[in-house]
Design a protein around this ligand. Structure first.
Ligand code: IPE
Ligand code: IPE
Ligand code: MG
Length: 240
């Protein structure tokens, strides 16, 4: 077993992905296994978030997108949906000084519809506070749905009476217009699907799955995913 520092050195010898996106899944099952409420599982997941954010900074990764709450997650009991959003808000309040100090820029992608004014103010403030940093771009996908994003993009185009576009031009209407497409998508908890996450942007992303439940996901396993990514041959339809 390599130590964290050894792993960091090993990963840095290879190609560092520019953008990693993570579907943080399995909080509910983690809690159930321990006889705890699902909300305790979400709380336990925060530590794993800190681990991947810190490690991404150490590795020099430029973009990290975290799927924190989907447009479909409103189908959960209201108490759980509200608790997840409150947890995100409180975590941002608690961590923003640290993030700012660590040169992180905090972005948000998702629909602002259905989010409270207070929540929207919090994410806007977090961006304003960190936008002049130059390190990791941490992109929080909150009330995010890929189909919704594409529909909103089409609505914006129609308003401008645009009816012909290239792929790059269309990408400019998405929430992710400022970011490159993910090189690597990681999903925890043994679930093998995208669940409406970045469905346009992941056309050529490498996918990596693990059975580990999100609260148990460590920086070491994160780096293992990146090492696996470094062994893959990306062809984008061509020949290598
Ligand atoms: C992921 O964990 C967190 C959110 C979707 C907010 P889940 O809550 O989906 O955990 P499982 O899938 O029920 O175990
Ligand atoms: C996807 O996980 C959403 C987030 C991780 C925020 P879900 O647990 O909601 O996905 P499904 O319902 O199993 O597809
Ligand atoms: Mg789940």
């Amino acid at each position: 077993m390599k130590t964290k520092e050894e792993l960091i050195r090993k990963v840095k010898k290879g190609l560092i992905p520019s953008h990693i996106a993570i579907i943080m899944d399995g909080n509910g099952r983690w809690a159930k296994l321990r006889g705890l409420s699902r909300i305790k599982g979400h709380q336990a997941g925060v530590e794993a978030v800190r681990g991947v954010v810190d490690t991404s900074g150490h590795l020099g990764i430029k973009y990290l997108t975290l799927y924190a709450f989907s447009t479909e997650n409103w189908r959960r009991p209201e108490k759980e949906a509200k608790a997840v959003l409150t947890l995100i808000e409180n975590t941002l309040i608690r961590e923003i000084n640290n993030l700012a100090k660590n040169n992180v820029i905090v972005h948000f992608i998702g629909s602002q519809k259905d989010l409270s004014k207070r929540f929207i103010k919090k994410i806007n403030d977090s961006y304003q506070r960190t936008k002049n940093n130059t390190g990791l771009n941490l992109i929080l996908a909150i009330n995010y749905g890929g189909r919704n994003e594409i529909l909103e993009a089409v609505e914006k185009m129609l308003q401008k009476q645009i009816n012909k576009l290239t792929i790059d031009e269309f990408s400019n209407y998405l929430y992710t217009s400022k970011f490159p497409d993910p090189d690597l998508v990681i999903r925890t908890s043994g679930v093998i699907r995208l669940s409406n996450f970045l469905i346009w942007q992941t056309a050529y992303s490498e996918l990596w799955f693990t059975d580990t439940l999100w609260p148990d996901f460590t920086p070491e396993e994160y780096m293992q995913a990146i090492l696996d990514f470094q062994k893959r041959t990306r062809k984008f339809g061509g020949v290598k």
